[in-house]
Design a protein around this ligand. Structure first.
Ligand code: NAD
Length: 356
């Protein structure tokens, strides 16, 4: 197959890890006789420096015209002040491409249980997919802002959802669950919030179209507890934007390092944005020690969801699994005394497994 992939390396360790993701995709293409064309563009702080804009209209147009986007990370102390912020580029990208769903798989590797804050027995069998609504809810609802009344400051945010926004994300979660354990947990705060009452109602209706799916509803506070007390009880979790923002970070801690986890942001079509869940890690930028696995697993999600190449996606995931089992470690996941690999060396090991 032929595919055009836009890369947006961004800031900090973003360029280091995206370079390794591209190497992996090139190897996959060569091995399976596909033709992947890559086109690199600016996003985030480096784009502000070059153009004054964290995501230019030209870059957005290039992403729209592509089959998939591989992103690194944006941000850093240099751009923390000022009105134009690197993160605005991410929001423009998500909105511009209509990406309403963020997928974060969380599956701790048995060889890395020592890196997790949970006891090994709690981690056995954990394999969760968190599906977070990305373009609605508290982060976008109006009114939003701050006023001053009689010398007192007041601020407001609005959590708003329509039935259409809820049904399309719950439907996606159900379809994902069909290829897994066929269980969906919808997370809300329906005992208090009107938007959550609608969420629960629409989630129930939407799941009726998927008779094989077992849907349950859990309050967000209970879900936060269960993620650490019984994480293996979940298959697919689907939830609104802010709950998802918080729960995905909580779930990420289970695997032991930010550097290990991939994500995908999807809309109605096959075009998606794939990125590791970590940020630009200014503390290790330029040192060549960042863990590339989150990005490499993001390329597996890209192969599966945007390019419909599940066998190639499996091959990448199996290669990562193998090198971790064999004891390959970057600094973030190494125990005392273990040999530490650089970003490039870790990718070399993964690539060697793919070409075997
Ligand atoms: P971070 O994820 O960049 O780093 C948190 C910690 O994890 C750091 O100690 C870092 O060294 C470590 N880490 C992260 N990725 C790693 C990897 N691949 N390998 C090894 N160690 C890794 O989060 P932060 O420090 O809170 O944020 C730094 C910057 O990134 C900020 O400007 C923030 O706004 C931005 N950020 C961007 C995104 C994004 O682009 N999607 C996400 C989160 C944070």
């Amino acid at each position: 197959m032929k595919a055009k992939i836009v890369t947006l390396p961004g800031d900090g360790i973003g360029p280091d890890v995206v370079a390794e993701g591209v190497r992996v995709l090139r190897v996959v293409a060569e091995k399976s006789n596909h033709h992947f064309e890559f086109e690199e563009h600016l996003i985030g702080g480096c784009a502000i420096d070059a153009t004054g804009n964290p995501l230019s209209d030209e870059t957005l147009a290039a992403c729209r015209a592509s089959d998939a986007v591989l992103l690194g990370a944006v941000g850093g102390p240099k751009w923390d002040v000022g009105d134009v912020r690197p993160e605005q580029g991410l929001l423009k990208l998500r909105k511009g491409l209509g990406l309403f769903a963020n997928l974060r798989p969380v599956k701790p590797h048995p060889a890395l249980v020592h890196a997790s804050p949970l006891r090994p027995e709690k981690l056995a069998g954990v394999d969760v997919m968190v599906v977070r609504e990305l373009t609605g809810g508290l982060y976008f609802g109006k009114p939003q802002g701050r006023t001053n009344e009689n010398g007192h400051a007041r601020a407001v945010d609005t959590m708003e959802y329509s039935d259409t926004e809820i049904s399309r994300i719950v439907d996606l979660a159900c379809r994902l669950a069909m290829a897994r354990q066929k269980r969906v947990t919808s997370v809300d705060k329906a005992n208090v919030l009107a938007s959550s009452k609608l969420w629960r109602e629409v989630a129930t209706q939407t799941a009726h179209a998927h008779p094989q799916i077992k849907l349950d509803h859990v309050l967000v506070d209970t879900c936060a507890m269960r993620l650490v007390s019984a994480p293996s009880s979940f298959d697919v979790i689907v939830t609104e934007n802010m709950f998802g923002d918080i729960l995905t970070d909580e779930a990420a801690v289970l695997v032991g390092s930010m550097g290990l986890l991939p994500s995908a942001s999807l809309g109605t079509g096959t075009l998606g944005v794939y990125e590791p869940i970590h940020g630009s890690a200014p503390d290790i930028a330029g040192k060549g020690i960042a863990n590339p696995i989150g990005t490499i697993l993001s390329t597996a999600m890209l192969l599966r969801h945007s390019l419909n190449l599940p066998r190639e996606a499996d091959a990448v995931e199996q290669a990562v699994d193998r090198v971790l089992t064999d004891g390959c470690r970057t600094a973030d996941i190494a125990q005392k005394g273990e040999r530490v690999l650089s970003t490039r060396e870790m990718s070399d090991q993964i690539i060697a497994q793919i070409v075997r």
